[in-house]
Design a protein around this ligand. Structure first.
Ligand SMILES: [Zn+2]
Length: 108
């Protein structure tokens, strides 16, 4: 039994960080569009679409965080639980898959 979080041991932590970075970037881009180009229609439209695109890419990267054994999507599972501000912290410190207990029963 390892003490390492299962997301790190399956090399999927980068997906979680990418999701956070892309989410922040999308908010930043949309705010920049609203603040710096309030009267320019095409720049605001372009930057809003770009911001939305970043958020979509981040969403699909986060959705691809999955169990290598049972393919359950851990990020989605963490959101399905009762809303908690620590849902993402719990996801990152998760020691085993909530569905199949991977990697605890790997040798079983
Ligand atoms: Zn699993």
């Amino acid at each position: 039994m390892t003490n390492e979080s299962v997301i790190r041991s399956t090399s999927q932590a980068w997906k979680f960080y990418a999701f956070n970075i892309l989410s922040l970037m999308s908010v930043f881009v949309i705010v920049v569009a609203a603040v710096y180009f309030p009267t320019s229609k095409w720049q605001t439209t372009f930057l809003s679409i770009f911001g939305g695109l970043l958020a979509c890419i981040g969403f699909f990267i986060a959705l691809s965080i999955q169990c290598p054994k049972c393919q359950s999507r851990w990020w989605k599972l963490s959101l399905n639980k009762p809303v908690s501000s620590r849902a993402h912290a719990k996801l990152m410190s998760m020691k085993a898959c909530p569905c199949c207990d991977f990697p605890q029963n790997k040798s079983a």
